[in-house]
Design a protein around this ligand. Structure first.
Ligand code: GDP
Ligand code: MG
Length: 322
């Protein structure tokens, strides 16, 4: 049976999607050797049955949490037939950080752009075609909550699973790419699977990679000496993270558009709100009172070291608390 893995950030809607796809076939257990919950089930609406595995919710493929290690090892070592990367469309840029890492693995992949119902309500649209062009994998807008487009998502994932996909990186910095290229070649020479992914992780000083590829560490260290970043020095984890975010900010901000009507509506709301504030501030009586209150507060804050009381003499009088 083919196996499709669901990968995504916490709260992106993974559980909702998993439940919709697998229904009563869901089975809950633990990942071998760890207390991280594992869920699998069967999707039955394609030509053949497909096993769906819900990976733990993660923000990155670094080895800092058990969840990250479990998800990463599953994708790298168990070779699922397709990774369905669920992306919260209302938090597009943050979610794409994980996407940029998943793309580096040699595995067929599709993106389920979830929570599209929320965007529609907001009047925001996402240019799916532009997103697909930039990421190089199919993107399907879905609402896991409303069961919208899930069959199309699974059809696209099924199609994708028929062909191998070679990992690619969105990192564009020429010097870093040069470094990545050299190390990827070294990994290919050692017949390591997923050379691009491992090369980038090794450049990031990833603990797991260093442990698993000790023989390459010296060479990578030598390569790295030729590179120096003005801002991050030789903190390669920060250099790579920055390269990812730079790409995301540069390329994905523009795929999101607020519809003209909504934009005007929001403009009106803003105008109305500031008009209302103006009315109060410039009112003959309230405006003056507010002005006096603000002056009094400033005076009070500036001069009162002790608690301010109004004394018997009827004038302000400072009295030290006893
Ligand atoms: P997980 O942490 O990735 O497993 O996310 P959940 O499936 O628990 O979903 C997080 C929250 O988002 C829940 O309150 C869901 O009801 C909600 N949610 C999930 N998918 C959608 C969607 O397509 N549309 C909307 N409006 N809410 C959704
Ligand atoms: Mg969940």
């Amino acid at each position: 049976m083919k196996r499709f893995a669901l990968a995504g950030n916490p709260n992106s809607g993974k559980t909702t999607l998993f439940n919709s796809l697998t229904g009563s076939t869901a089975h809950v257990g633990n990942w071998p050797g760890v207390t991280v919950e594992k869920k699998d089930g069967v999707y039955k609406k394609l030509n053949e049955k497909v096993s769906i595995i819900d990976l733990p919710g993660i923000y990155s493929l670094s080895p800092y949490t058990l969840e990250e290690v479990v998800a990463r090892n599953y994708i790298i070592d168990e070779n699922p037939d397709c990774v369905i990367n669920i992306v919260d469309a209302t938090n597009l840029e943050r979610n794409l950080y994980l996407t940029t890492q998943l793309l580096e693995i040699n595995v067929p992949m599709v993106i389920a752009l979830n929570m599209i119902d929320v965007l529609n309500k907001e009047g925001t649209t996402i240019d799916i075609k532009a997103l697909e062009d930039k990421l190089g994998v199919p993107v399907i807008a879905v609402s896991a909550l409303r069961d919208d487009n899930l069959d199309e998502l699974m059809q696209k994932a099924y199609e994708a699973s028929k062909n191998p996909r070679e990992g690619r990186t969105i990192i564009k910095n020429e010097e870093i790419l040069h470094l990545i290229g050299d190390i990827t070649r070294a990994f290919k020479g050692s017949k390591v699977n997923n050379p691009l992914f491992h090369a980038i992780k090794l450049i990031e000083n990833d603990d797991l990679e260093i442990r698993n590829h000790e023989n390459l560490v010296d060479m990578v260290t030598e390569f790295k000496k030729t590179f120096h970043d003005e801002i991050f020095g030789d903190d390669f984890e920060a250099i790579i993270a920055d390269a990812r975010y730079q790409y995301i900010t540069e390329h994905f901000h523009s795929v999101k558009k607020v519809s003209k009507e909504k934009e005007e509506e929001q403009q009106n709301v803003k105008m109305n709100r500031s008009d209302k504030i103006d009315k109060v501030l410039t009112h003959k009586v309230f405006g003056l009172l507010l002005f006096a209150a603000i002056l009094f507060t400033i005076f009070h804050l500036a001069f009162a070291d002790d608690i301010l009381f109004i004394g018997k003499s009827g004038i302000f009088e400072n009295v030290k608390p006893s």
